[in-house]
Design a protein around this ligand. Structure first.
Ligand code: DX5
Ligand code: ZN
Length: 224
C-alpha cells in the first residue's frame, strides 16, 4: 500500500506571498505541493507556469512539486517544467494527440508521470498505458476552478481504478482532486485513494496544521 500523501493545491493560496504560503503549508504537515497550471484554452482559467515553479525551488522548497497540467497542447511545456524542478507531471489525455508519447516524454525528462481523468472520462483511456504511469489522478470536479463540490460518482470510479492498479501489482499512486474536505476524505480513502489534493479546504481555513492533521486522522481511520 502506498503511503498517504496530502498535496495542498496552491490555487487557493495567497499568490501575493506564495513562497511563505508554501513554506507554511509544508511546515503544517503537507507532503507535496499541488501546482495547477491552467491556460485559458483547455480550461477557462489562467494561472501559473514554469517560472513560478522555478521560483519556488529557488526560494528553498524541497518537497515534491506535483504539477497538474490543464493545458493544450501538452508536450511543448513538459521540458520547461522538468528543468523548473517539477517532480511529477500529470496531464489530461484529451489535451494530448499522442498520450503514450507524452508519458514517455515526461519520464525521459526525469519526472514521474500521471494521467488525469475528468469526471466523464472513461477508464478505457488507462488501457495500454496504466503500467507506464506513476500515478492516476481522478478529477472529482470539472477542472478549472477551486472551491467546487465533490462529484459523488467519483467514489465508484476510485474503487474501479483501485482494482485496476492492484491487478498490475505496481506502486502506482491514486490521487483525487476537487472538493476534498475533512468530512469526505475518509470515504474517498475507503474507496481506494492514497493521495489527496485539497485547495480551499486548507488555504481558506487556517491554521493549516489543524486541517491537515484532521485530514490525516480521518484517512488513518480507514487506511491504518
Ligand atoms: C481544479 C484544480 C484543483 C483545485 C482543487 O481544476 O485542479 O487542484 O485547486 O480545489 P478544491 O480543493 O478547492 O476543490
Ligand atoms: Zn489540480
Amino acid at each position: 500500500m502506498q503511503s498517504t500523501v496530502i498535496s495542498p493545491s496552491i490555487l487557493s493560496a495567497n499568490f501575493a506571498k506564495l513562497g511563505e504560503e508554501v513554506d507554511n503549508v509544508l511546515k503544517a504537515g503537507a507532503d507535496w505541493v499541488h501546482f495547477d497550471v491552467m491556460d485559458n484554452h483547455y480550461v477557462p482559467n489562467l494561472t501559473i507556469g514554469p517560472m513560478v515553479c522555478e521560483a519556488l525551488r529557488k526560494h528553498g522548497v524541497t518537497a515534491p512539486i506535483d504539477v497538474h497540467l490543464m493545458v493544450e497542447p501538452v508536450d511543448r511545456i513538459i521540458p520547461d517544467f522538468a528543468s523548473a524542478g517539477a517532480s511529477l507531471i500529470s496531464f489530461h489525455p484529451e489535451a494530448s494527440s499522442h498520450v503514450h508519447r507524452t508519458i514517455q516524454l515526461i519520464k525521459s525528462s526525469g519526472c514521474k508521470a500521471g494521467l488525469v481523468l475528468n469526471p466523464a472520462t472513461p477508464l478505457s483511456v488507462l488501457d495500454w498505458v496504466l503500467e507506464d504511469l506513476d500515478m492516476v489522478l481522478l478529477m472529482s470536479v470539472n477542472p478549472g476552478f477551486g472551491g467546487q463540490s465533490f462529484i459523488p460518482s467519483t467514489l465508484a470510479k476510485i474503487s474501479a481504478v483501485r482494482s485496476m492498479i492492484d491487478a498490475t501489482g505496481l506502486p502506482i499512486r491514486l490521487e483525487i482532486d476537487g472538493g476534498v474536505k475533512i468530512d469526505n476524505i475518509a470515504e474517498i480513502a475507503a474507496a481506494g485513494a492514497d493521495t489527496f489534493v485539497a485547495g480551499s479546504a486548507i488555504f481558506n481555513a487556517p491554521p493549516y496544521e489543524d486541517v491537515i492533521s484532521r485530514m490525516k486522522e480521518e484517512v488513518a481511520r480507514v487506511r491504518g
